[in-house]
Design a binder for this molecule. Structure first.
Ligand code: BJW
Ligand code: ZN
Length: 242
């Protein structure tokens, strides 16, 4: 089938579907100029994300980890949603039932107006007290290093899920509900390297969903999905809408 016919079939399925779930990763924000994690530009001072995004790294050197987050805050403060983010917000409006699961912490889906959203890896614009656990919004660019809790003087950390940490149970519940009940799952711009999100495609498939992947390159998900289309999210996602 040529690509035009493939998109025509996808649009017809979307128009009929009672429920649509979307899973996004760094690839959708790449088109807003945000570096992906496993791309060359995701490196900061030659550290791989795995070396900084862990509770052990923060315990060892909170200043280094906060410096990495300040670099990213400075970059993200200049970025805005792209046509891919906006098309998903439009899809949310059109769909009968919709849920967006994002691994991205950049807040760009919310900035595009998405409401039914689980940010399963947290949000870079929130901080959490390591002592009293209170979560607060913080848009400081740069944030003062080291930041301390105004209520209890505990050290603040990014409200982000690092390697080895559990995802928020409510986010997980909402995500699995959406994966197990959707007629269509659209997976956009994720390498499928990080669990549990890496297994979300097969969860939806096992529950009978029609699964679509949009990514610049093939991924481990490409073999299990019903249709895998290669290209940029900013070009492909708007084509899901007629
Ligand atoms: C484009 C594009 C364009 C580019 N258009 N596309 C089961 C098996 C093995 C290990 C585990 C397991 N279960 C849990 C684990 C351990 C671990 C894990 O998954 N490890 C793997 C490395 C194997 N998982 C966890 O620890 C998770 N916790 C958990 O499961 O708790 C319970 C538990 C713990 C331990 C053991 C067992 C159970 C927590 C994971 C938290 C991940 N957090 C991070 C870092 C946050 C830091 C921060 O942001 O500040 O979240 S990791 C990093 O990767 C970030 C991302 O959200 C995540 C996913 O990356 P993503 O989005 O896929 O980006 P990339 O860069 O990898 O890919 C970009 C894609 O876009 C590519 O495919 C490009 O082709 C594409 N692309 N431009 C379209 N324009
Ligand atoms: Zn506190």
């Amino acid at each position: 089938m040529n690509i035009e016919n493939t998109f025509a079939e996808i649009r017809a399925r979307i128009a009929q579907a009672k429920s649509i779930t979307v899973l996004t990763g760094a690839g959708i924000s790449a088109d807003s100029g945000v570096p992906t994690f496993r791309g060359a530009e995701g490196l900061w001072k030659n550290f791989r994300p795995e070396e900084l995004a862990s509770p052990e790294a923060f315990e060892r050197d909170p200043m280094l980890v906060w410096q990495w987050y300040n670099w990213r805050r400075e970059l993200l403060a200049t970025k805005s949603p792209n046509p891919g983010h906006h098309a998903l917000a439009e899809l949310e409006q059109r769909a009968k039932n919709f849920w967006l699961i994002t691994q991205n912490v950049d807040g760009l889906h919310a900035a595009a107006g998405i409401q039914k959203l689980s940010e399963i890896h947290g949000n870079i614009w929130k901080v959490r007290c390591t002592s009293c656990r209170i979560v607060t919004d913080n848009h400081d660019v740069p944030i003062e290093i080291l930041p301390y809790c105004p209520s209890c003087q505990g050290l603040l950390r990014p409200h982000i899920v690092w390697f080895g940490e559990s995802l928020n149970p409510e986010d997980l519940r909402n995500s699995y509900d959406a994966l197990q009940s959707c007629e269509i799952l659209i997976i956009i711009g994720t390498s499928g390297a990080v669990y549990p999100a890496a297994s979300f495609g097969s969860v939806a498939k096992d529950h009978g969903a029609y699964v679509i992947e949009l990514n610049l390159d093939p991924t481990p998900n490409s073999d299990l999905v019903d249709v895998a289309i290669q290209g940029r999210a900013k070009d492909l996602v708007p084509r899901l809408l007629s």
